[in-house]
Design a protein around this ligand. Structure first.
Ligand code: MTE
Length: 328
């Protein structure tokens, strides 16, 4: 994500970040050809030169739950992105504003991990991730993953349907939106010391979107518990929307009457709006969304409306689309 039109309080990155991070970011941005739009994002070959510290066996207490049965209803028309490619190319600004955050993200402390559920619910609660994992019907789904920066992947996510979480949380009829928040800990995640970002990362969806079959809470990938850089131990996958909606490392889930103003929306509302549904015909203010670069092949392919999931989700926007822009 490149925020060029920064709010007045956004200072230059070189003024606030360690030089190594700044130099690294400049190198990545140069590789991306900034100005052509992030669609030109590259640097993957460079990434492969860096070793990734693998999580030690047994470090994640949920390891025994995986692999989980695959739900064959979710098929792909292209091959899966190899795990090693996915593990080395991530957006997780808490650990750096570039793609090579995999080693830094290993400092994410994933246990104990509690999730608070509150707001418009019958009873507020806090649940430990391992208790939630026991209560939810885990399955694997093959999903497309399309970043607003115009690169894409295909990922075998493990997790459970968002609507199972809604049933578990028992919201009242007043709930219209769900807000999701990440942890806040700048000692653990140095990116959160970058004070011009509105931490913690915040995202949201409507109750109708949460009830759609595709909305998925992710707890694993590639038949294993989630690696830290994927947003362990709990993240979202909303495959018909741009990837920034898929918030990582969720700590707090709140059922609300009001719509949230999410992390990126606070920074650049005309570029990263609330709906953020994928549409190849609606240009990002700074680059085209007509095509995407398939991460592991480098091939450029046409982007599909709703990222190819229109049949399942277009109905969600029939009414709201008459009065609001639903593509940014
Ligand atoms: N969640 C948090 N907490 N922090 C982030 O920086 N980046 C988002 C999203 N979720 C982000 C986040 C963006 S921009 C994208 S494209 C996806 O995570 C990237 O997911 P991936 O690294 O698994 O490909």
């Amino acid at each position: 994500m490149h925020i060029l039109r920064r709010p007045g309080w956004h200072i230059g990155e070189n003024q606030a970040t360690p030089e190594t991070v700044f130099v690294n970011r400049r190198r990545v941005l140069a590789g991306m050809g900034l100005g052509l739009g992030a669609g030109a994002a590259g640097g993957l070959a460079g990434n492969l030169a860096f070793p990734v510290r693998a999580m030690a066996a047994g470090e994640d207490p949920s390891a025994g739950l995986y692999p989980v049965p695959r739900n064959e209803a979710y098929q792909l028309d292209r091959e899966l992105t190899p795990e090693d490619v996915n593990r080395r190319y991530n957006n997780f600004y808490e650990f750096g504003s570039h793609k090579e955050i995999y080693n830094a993200a290993q400092s994410l402390k994933i246990r104990p991990w509690e999730i608070s559920i509150g707001g418009e619910v019958e009873k507020e609660m806090t649940v430990a991730i391992d208790d939630l994992l026991k209560a939810m019907p885990l399955e694997e789904r093959l999903y497309r993953h399309r970043c607003v920066e115009a690169w894409s992947m295909t990922v075998p996510w493990s997790g459970f349907a968002m609507k199972a979480l809604v049933d578990y949380a028992r919201p009242t009829s007043a709930a219209r939106y769900i807000w999701f928040e990440t942890f806040l800990d700048k000692e653990m995640a140095s990116g959160q010391a970058q004070f011009w970002y509105p931490w913690p990362y915040l995202e949201g969806m409507t109750m109708a979107e949460a009830s759609n079959d595709l909305a998925f809470l992710v707890t694993g990938a590639y038949g294993k518990p989630l690696a830290p850089q994927f947003g362990a131990p709990l993240r979202l996958a909303l495959p018909w929307k741009y990837g920034f909606k898929s918030i990582k490392s969720i700590r707090k889930i709140t059922f609300m009457r009001e719509r949230p103003v999410s992390f990126w929306e606070q920074l650049a509302p005309t570029e990263y709006g609330f709906w953020a549904n994928v549409n190849p015909e609606v240009v990002h203010p700074r680059w085209s969304q007509a095509t995407e670069r398939v991460l592991h092949t480098g091939e450029r392919v046409p982007t599909l409306l709703y990222n190819g999931y229109g049949e399942q989700v277009a109905g969600l926007y029939a009414e709201v689309g008459k009065t609001e822009k639903i593509f940014y």
